[in-house]
Design a protein around this ligand. Sequence first.
Ligand code: PRP
Ligand code: URA
Length: 235
Amino acid sequence: MPLHVSQHPLVAHKLAILRDKTTEPKKFRELVRELTWLLGYEAMADLTTRPVQIETPLEPMTAASMEPRVGLIPILRAGLGMVDAMLELLPTSEVWHIGLYRDERTLKPVEYYNKLPDAATVQVCLVLDPMLATGGSAAATIDILKAWGAARVKQVSLIAAPEGVRTLGDAHPDVDVHVAALDSHLNERGYIVPGLGDAGDRQFGTFAGPGSEPGHGPDDETAEVVRRLQRDLER
Ligand code: PRP
Ligand code: URA
C-alpha cells in the first residue's frame, strides 16, 4: 500500500500546533482545515484531466478539466472537520457520510450511519478521517466503498500509527494513504503516541471526563487487542 507522508514544512509547522495539548478547539478546527487543504492538494496530484476548449480574452486554447467524479467520504464525527477544505479544492465533489465509532474496549468499528445510494456515483473516493490508529475504521469504510462500486479509493488522514498502516495495507493494498505524520505506536488503549489525543473531542470540545482520556487505562481486553496488532507488525 503506498503511504505518502507529507514532507512540506508548512504541514510540519501546523501539525506541531495541532498536537499541542493547549491548543483550543477553535484553533484546532482551523488547523485541521488548513492541514486538510495541504494534504488534499497532494492527494489529488495524480487525478486525471481531460482537454477542454476555452477562450481567453486573447485567443481560444485547449485547457484542462478534472476528469473523474470525486466523492468525499468523511468518517463521522472527526472526519467532518476535513470536508470544507476538500470542497474548497474541488467544489464539484459529492459528499457521502459514513458514521462509525470505535468500540472503546474491542477497538472494533461500529457502523451507525450509511445512506449511500445503491450504485456508486463517483469514480474516486477520498476517505477523510484525521486519525488512522488500528486502521479498523478506515478498512471497514473502504470495504463499504468497494462493495458500493468505487473504482479507486484514497485515504487522507492527519496522523497514522504503524499498526494501522499495516492493517489497512493488508486489507486494501491498492489504497493510497496520505498523512501529515507517521507516529511511533499505539498505547494500550489504542491511542496514537505521541498523536494528538482524541481528534473528535478536540475539534468539538467534548471531553467526557478523565476516564475517557487517551492516557487513562489500561483495560485488559483493549491492551490485548493492541498487543496483537503490534505482534502482527513484527511478522
Ligand atoms: C476516531 C477517529 C477514527 C477512529 C480511528 O473516531 O476519528 O474514526 O477513531 O481509530 P481506528 O483506526 O482504531 O479505527 P472515534 O471512534 O473516536 O469516533 P468520533 O470521530 O465520533 O470521535
Ligand atoms: N482516535 C483518535 O481520535 N485518536 C487516536 O489517537 C486514536 C483514535
